[in-house]
Design a protein around this ligand. Sequence first.
Ligand code: ZN
Length: 109
Amino acid sequence: MMRSLVVALLVAPRAVAASGLPPAQYDRPYKGHLTIETVANVAAVRAVCGLAKVNACAFHGTGIDIAVCRIILPKDKLGDKLLMRHELGHCNGWPNHHPGIRPYPQPAP
Ligand SMILES: [Zn+2]
């Protein structure tokens, strides 16, 4: 009962897929109540998120009500720190249309 209430308060992600890091003001640890939910694969992520082209998503509050966030990602991406920073940026209030997105750092040659 409590679980469904919390989920109902969260905003469904609506953005198009994008890869990169959030601007510096959103690229920080999330201080709210975070739930990380792993699913079997990208197809399952897309079903839960309701989006066709994403590899992960974050359901989060808006405005000042960003105290709860739920990240959905495939289990094989659980250790992907860059993807997590992207989704945590959304938890911190980064808008879903990704203003100010920064490219992921290139791996060392
Ligand atoms: Zn995003």
